[in-house]
Write a protein that binds this ligand. Sequence first.
Ligand SMILES: CC(C)(COP(=O)(O)OP(=O)(O)OC[C@H]1O[C@@H](n2cnc3c(N)ncnc32)[C@H](O)[C@@H]1OP(=O)(O)O)[C@@H](O)C(=O)NCCC(=O)NCCS
Length: 171
Amino acid sequence: MNDVTFKKAEKGDLDIILDIYNYYILNTTANFYRHPVSREEITQFILIGNEKYQTYLLHKKGEVAGFCFLTQYKKKDAYDHTAEIGVYLRPECVTRGLGSSAVAFLEEAASKKRIRVIVASISGENTGSMKLFEKMGYEKCAHYKEVGEKFGRLLDVVDYQKILGKSHTHQ
Ligand SMILES: CC(C)(COP(=O)(O)OP(=O)(O)OC[C@H]1O[C@@H](n2cnc3c(N)ncnc32)[C@H](O)[C@@H]1OP(=O)(O)O)[C@@H](O)C(=O)NCCC(=O)NCCS
């Protein structure tokens, strides 16, 4: 395995998180925002200091290589055992196994919070992300056609999900 470490994100980490996230907003269809987001917007779903749904920075050789998070899947409370997952690495840190480590780490974190189901919602153009989640045992569970538009292109959204093991650490 690679020597990546995970640190719970704090408010002071927001600038670095925004920097990475806005890069993908402005340059790719990996994210469906079309405008750079502010601290207020990003913290609507990338939660800092939330007890259940947490965000982590990935560190590799002392440098921040990216961030990853679990967030609320849907607000209605019957969805409380489900989370949505996200992983965003710095462009120079992709395809070296860090994404796989992040998903494995977040699955552990999810189990400790009694989250049983993880959903990844992926742009239809994001083959790298689909490969990552397929490799990590996620199943394709939905395909929404042409629901987004960015850079003049209509975009599909493909959802993947994984049901985690049934034994939980009680915290
Ligand atoms: C998507 C992302 C998180 C994947 O993490 P990663 O560290 O690059 O992925 P890994 O190195 O762990 O690779 C996992 C698998 O996916 C494959 N893969 C990753 N990126 C790929 C790409 N661009 N094209 C084809 N395959 C790819 C790898 O080959 C590997 O499979 P293998 O072990 O069978 O070779 C990362 O590339 C990233 O941050 N991308 C930009 C932001 C983004 O799209 N985030 C996801 C939003 S849903």
